[in-house]
Design a protein around this ligand. Structure first.
Ligand code: NAP
Length: 511
């Protein structure tokens, strides 16, 4: 990877959780890997009055707590924080922006960063349509006449529904060019998601099979074993569909289903994933009733520990109808995927934490070695594990040694952990560096965000309008409501239940 161009990184929401847990450790990692530019500084902003020195101390504590650097050296961390500054401001108060501009101008001179700035919005989403406009009002979006580039990283969620997503895009695009906007979807920053493209487009053996003729169905599962933690208030208004499906899981589906791009240039790739989103078959209300199952976790005892139900969580209504689980069946109506169901499943308080894609290939046209084996067992599967134990596994049939012709399924697998000298960069490290080098490939473009909302909107509308549609309960620690199984209608075909051999704490599951 190349060193980034000189710039200043301004973080809005620098006293928040994301900055602490992800952003500062990621920027520090970039420094350790010599990927930061020579001339670089950070300005953190927040509404508590702090001196630069106070803020640096906080960032040192943050590094000690959240950096995954095994040999974190005090001197390195101290050198890193010496170019971090702080400005107090209320982001919603227009009169606080000149103070930021003054500090930015001073530091640009001091560090010689040539006017290049990244503004990172790590704030509540209600401010995504406010801060960029105030920056523009005070001329901080100006990149004319050699004033340096200005880029904006915007966290998720991007909009609350189709209309608000469109309105936010329209507001931003009034003051910024599309290529200044970096809508982050940290799933795209995951090494294993990028590897899907490399697996598909650098191997001759997969692509000829990657279509309706050979693939029976595709399954995308993203399970979390934790509940809503202390984000009950946020989650009440969001739910699993908005929180996971509209963005992360549709983006993964886009990478699985896209056509090979003509080049590996940002817009060439994003044009192809956009076509996938535009080809998603719109759901009618009847489709939603039939093909989307929602659930909510209830109390249970998991590995001896009493787990509260969703409705008992802080910030959650006692009669909440917010889904903590969703499973859906969708179709991509295009030449390649006509008739192939894509199943997506995500939820909280499931048995473990795992995200994976399973490509289920069709069985052989004639079952020579034994009829009546379940379809799941007799088909080849390609399992792309996104997290944890990142890797790829191919399941295929092999003769059981001995007399007769009994077939058993065996695995050919690759684990990233086998690459002893390589560590997987954290998603935020990769994405921050991409923005620093002006590469927007792994960020969501305005049209893609809107296309994803267009697919999800009828589901939200149907749930809102038709109160008869059930929200199924499931005990915490299980794989969600049993009704999710009915989505897959064929006999002998079920979801893959990963991690049959869970570790004692339920956290580690083998590929
Ligand atoms: N945390 C994660 O791992 C994560 C992951 C993915 C996406 N995100 C997204 O990233 C964004 C930030 O998340 P977070 O978890 O860091 O939230 P957070 O902990 O609530 O941080 C937001 C920060 O913004 C500050 N803030 C809010 N309104 C402000 C205002 N008017 N003026 C000045 N400061 C203001 C808050 O200050 P106060 O504390 O004073 O209110 C807080 O320090 C959210 O949109 C979230 O959806 C977070």
């Amino acid at each position: 990877m190349n060193r980034a161009e000189n710039h200043i990184l301004v973080i809005f929401g620098a006293l928040g959780d994301l900055t602490k847990r992800k952003l500062i450790p990621a920027v520090f990692k970039l420094k350790r890997h010599k990927l930061l530019p020579e001339k670089f500084a950070i300005i953190g902003t927040g509404r508590i009055k702090l001196s630069d020195e106070d803020f640096r101390k906080k960032m040192l504590d943050t590094l000690n707590e959240f950096s995954d650097d095994n040999d974190l050296k005090k001197s390195d961390a101290e050198e890193f924080v010496s170019s971090i500054y702080f400005t107090v401001m209320n982001f919603a108060d227009d009169s606080d922006y000149p103070g930021l501009k003054k500090k930015l101008t001073e530091l640009e001179k001091k560090y010689g960063t040539g006017g290049n700035v990244i503004f990172y919005l790590a704030t509540p989403p209600s401010l995504y349509g406010v801060i960029p406009l105030d920056l523009a009002k005070h001329g901080m979006n100006d990149q004319s006449n050699g004033k340096g580039w200005k880029r904006l990283i915007i966290e998720k969620p991007f909009g609350y529904d189709l209309q608000s997503g469109k309105e936010l895009n329209a507001k931003l695009l009034k003051h910024y060019e599309e290529d200044q906007l970096y809508r982050i979807d940290h799933y795209l920053g995951k090494e294993t998601v990028q590897n899907i493209m490399v697996t598909r487009f650098s191997n001759g053996i997969f692509e000829p099979l990657w279509n309706r003729n050979y693939i029976h169905h595709v399954e995308i599962t993203s399970a979390e074993n934790i509940g809503v933690e202390n984000r009950g208030g946020y989650y009440e208004d969001s739910g699993a569909l908005r929180d996971m499906v509209q963005n992360h899981l549709l983006q993964v589906a886009g990478v699985i289903a896209m056509e090979p791009p003509p080049s590996f240039e940002s817009n060439a790739i994003r044009n192809e994933t956009l076509k996938v989103f535009q080809s998603l078959r719109p759901m009618t209300s009847a489709d939603v009733e039939r093909n989307v199952i929602r659930g909510q976790y209830g109390p249970a005892t998991v590995r001896g520990e009493k787990i509260a139900g969703y409705r008992e969580e802080k910030g959650v209504k006692k009669d909440s109808r917010t889904e903590t689980f969703v499973a859906l069946k969708m179709y991509i109506d295009n030449w390649r995927w006509g008739g192939v169901p894509f199943y997506i499943r995500t939820g909280k308080r499931l048995p473990t934490r795992v995200t994976e894609v399973v490509i289920h290939f069709k069985p052989t046209p004639h079952q020579l070695f034994g009829r009546g084996r379940a379809v799941n067992d007799s088909c080849n599967q390609l399992v792309i594990r996104i997290q944890p134990d990142e890797g790829i596994l191919l399941k295929f049939g092999m003769k059981t040694p001995g007399s007769g012709y009994n077939v058993q399924t065996v695995n050919m697998d690759f684990h990233y952990s086998d690459l002893k000298n390589e560590t997987l960069p954290a998603a935020y490290e990769r994405l921050l560096h991409d923005c620093m080098t002006g590469d927007s490939t792994l960020f969501a473009r305005a049209d893609a965000v809107e296309a994803c909302w267009s697919f999800v909107q009828p589901i939200l509308d149907t749930w809102k309008e038709n109160k008869k549609i059930k929200i199924f309960g499931y005990p915490a620690g299980t794989w969600g409501p049993e009704h999710a199984d009915t989505l897959i209608e064929e006999p002998g075909v079920t979801w893959r239940y990963p991690c049959k051999n869970l570790s004692d704490d339920g956290l580690y599951c083998e590929l």
